[in-house]
Write a protein that binds this ligand. Structure first.
Ligand code: MG
Length: 261
């Protein structure tokens, strides 16, 4: 789950300034910052861990971090009295869902938590599916499945085309904030990677909604490879105390990553 925040931090400076290559430096730019992806991932974790209502948690964390580069429709919902979902299929449901993968005792359980994390706003079937496909990839990686096995399981579950490569996607890829136009691409960036850092570089290199692509690829790559300590420490130094406390609580509560049967 911390991989989502790291991806957000890395991608934050490229969302409005796309690049189409992997050789950017440094990995975490000094002016990188945690955006809505991180705030809402923490909000989901807080709601599940502390039995808070999800809508209340979103609004609480949104108010604490009002300048987080919010998506337009979500901002309207967040800063109003609205509490009803708005049938979104934006990738916000996928970027914030990773805590579900760590807290689900089984794949079924994790998918149900993913659904719950999506529906307060993203109750469109594609919005729910984006969250579930992301959580499924993380959950299976934590169980020890390798990337090809995860690729075929998630493709079967979601109907996403996960057979393309990052090099196939990169030239024609454009900014797309829908789940169906960004979650498959983000998953491929993680599943094709050779390391956590490589997954992050893949996600930035295709352009588009960079912080969110990296925030979706991040927790999948974290589950596959772990996060190198130097990257984790650099990122941790940027995490505010209240968010850090929830992250620590989440890892303490996380279900053990059981080997696959
Ligand atoms: Mg963002």
């Amino acid at each position: 789950m911390f991989g989502a925040l790291i991806g957000d931090l890395i991608g934050s400076v490229y969302e409005w300034n796309n690049i189409k290559h992997k050789n950017f430096s440094p990995l975490i730019a000094p002016h990188g910052f945690l955006t809505d992806d991180s705030v809402l991932t923490v909000a989901v974790a807080d709601a599940f861990l502390n039995r808070r209502d999800l809508v209340a948690s979103f609004k609480d964390w949104g108010t604490r971090y009002p300048d987080s580069d919010w998506g337009g429709r979500f901002a309207k919902w967040l800063f109003s009295d609205a509490s009803a979902p708005y049938n979104s299929f934006g990738n916000g449901s996928a970027m914030r869902a990773s805590p579900a993968a760590l807290l689900g005792a089984s794949l079924e359980d994790a998918l149900e938590l993913a659904r719950k994390s999506a529906v307060p706003t993203h109750d469109h079937p594609e919005g729910i599916k984006g969250a579930q496909a992301t959580v499924m990839a993380i959950h299976l990686a934590r169980q020890g499945l390798d990337a090809p096995a995860i690729r075929s399981a998630v493709a079967r579950f979601s109907g996403y085309d996960l057979d393309r490569t990052v090099d196939d996607i990169r030239p024609g890829y454009r900014f797309d904030v829908t789940c169906q136009g960004s979650v498959p691409q983000a998953l491929i960036c993680a599943l094709e990677a050779t390391s956590f850092e490589d997954a992050m570089r893949n996600a930035i290199s295709i352009g588009g909604d960079s912080d969110t692509l990296a925030a979706i690829a991040g927790p999948v790559a974290e589950a596959l490879f772990g996060i190198p300590e130097d990257i984790a420490l650099q990122a941790w130094a940027r995490v505010p105390k209240d968010m850090g406390a929830i992250i620590e609580q989440l890892y303490e509560a996380a279900m053990p990553a059981l080997p696959s049967p």
